[in-house]
Write a protein that binds this ligand. Structure first.
Ligand code: A2P
Length: 270
């Protein structure tokens, strides 16, 4: 007998599973959704980190995947943004959760897209494709970036206009954040670009950087390893291409143990 999602989410959990309650779920497109989980009081993380989330499937097998936390580290709820893959073992189930269901949340957040992995600089570039916007949704609501950088440039490459909606909502929410009230959040420049629909910016960000259109259209100067720091989150191929572009400008990859000029993380996919 096929088990329904409700019973997957509620009864297929092992008593030792660390579960939390689903507060809400929003479907942005046929394949993109976000969900909010109740944040356990003891759960702490740095903006930009990811955590393991999961469920047990109908055979009681535990399925866990890394998810960037898309809410800021000061928020009461934990927000996540996901693509739903038709036969994806986790996302096909997760995309059907409802408020009140429970999912597994592992309590050890980690990740490389954190400010501690970057040296000091003047401009912070955040390069995302698709659901790679998730860690930056957290970071752009963190007061630290406005305190530490003079300019922040967030780029988001998506296929269609509707794929930008989640990021645009976060940019709006940011305007109401009390913790950002006394900071100059206008120093963040948003540069969305679409690859499969006509738009104000069209084409992959990598191509726009190489052609120089990005700097011209965003009204900013070319990269300088002295002043610029960058975070990159997208597909493996995107990350590789961005790393090569940034290294070509003399920038060095960083980590928490050895801070540098840029950091990379693969966006969650399946
Ligand atoms: P494209 O439409 O040209 O493939 P996806 O939906 O496949 O995850 O991709 C999200 C966005 O990222 C799309 O706009 C896609 O462009 C773009 N993209 C995919 N791979 C790369 C890459 N290597 N460099 C830059 N952009 C990329």
């Amino acid at each position: 007998m096929k088990t329904s999602l409700k019973s997957v989410a509620k009864s297929n959990l092992d008593p030792s599973d660390e579960t939390v309650e689903v507060i809400s779920i929003t479907h942005w497109t046929d394949s993109l959704f976000s969900f909010q989980l109740k944040r356990p009081k003891s759960f702490r993380f740095k903006s930009g980190e990811f955590v393991l989330i999961g469920l047990r499937d109908t055979t009681e097998t535990l399925i866990l995947r890394a998810y960037s936390i898309a809410s800021p580290s000061w928020d009461d709820a934990l927000l996540f943004y996901s693509i739903s893959v038709k036969d994806g073992p986790l996302t096909s189930i997760l995309s059907k959760i409802n408020p009140g269901d429970r999912v597994i949340l592992k309590r050890k957040p980690t990740g490389t897209l954190v400010l501690d992995a970057l040296r000091r600089g003047k401009r912070l570039f955040l390069f995302a494709t698709g659901t790679g916007i998730a860690p930056f949704a957290s970071i752009i609501r963190d007061p630290m970036i406005y305190e530490n950088f003079d300019h922040i440039i967030l780029t988001h490459t998506c296929r269609m206009k509707r794929d930008l909606a989640f990021g645009e909502l976060i940019l709006e929410l940011r305007k109401k954040d009390l913790l950002l009230r006394d900071l100059n959040i206008k120093k963040l420049k948003y540069f969305p670009t679409l690859t499969r629909e006509k738009f104000v910016n069209t084409g992959r960000i990598t191509a726009l950087i190489s052609s120089g259109h990005f700097f011209r259209d965003a009204g900013i100067g070319d990269f300088s390893y002295d002043t610029d720091k960058a975070m990159v989150c997208g597909s493996m191929e995107f990350n590789k291409e961005m790393a090569s572009i940034l290294k070509g400008k003399g920038m060095k990859e960083g980590s928490i143990s050895s801070p540098g000029d840029f950091v990379l993380e693969r966006a969650f996919v399946g």
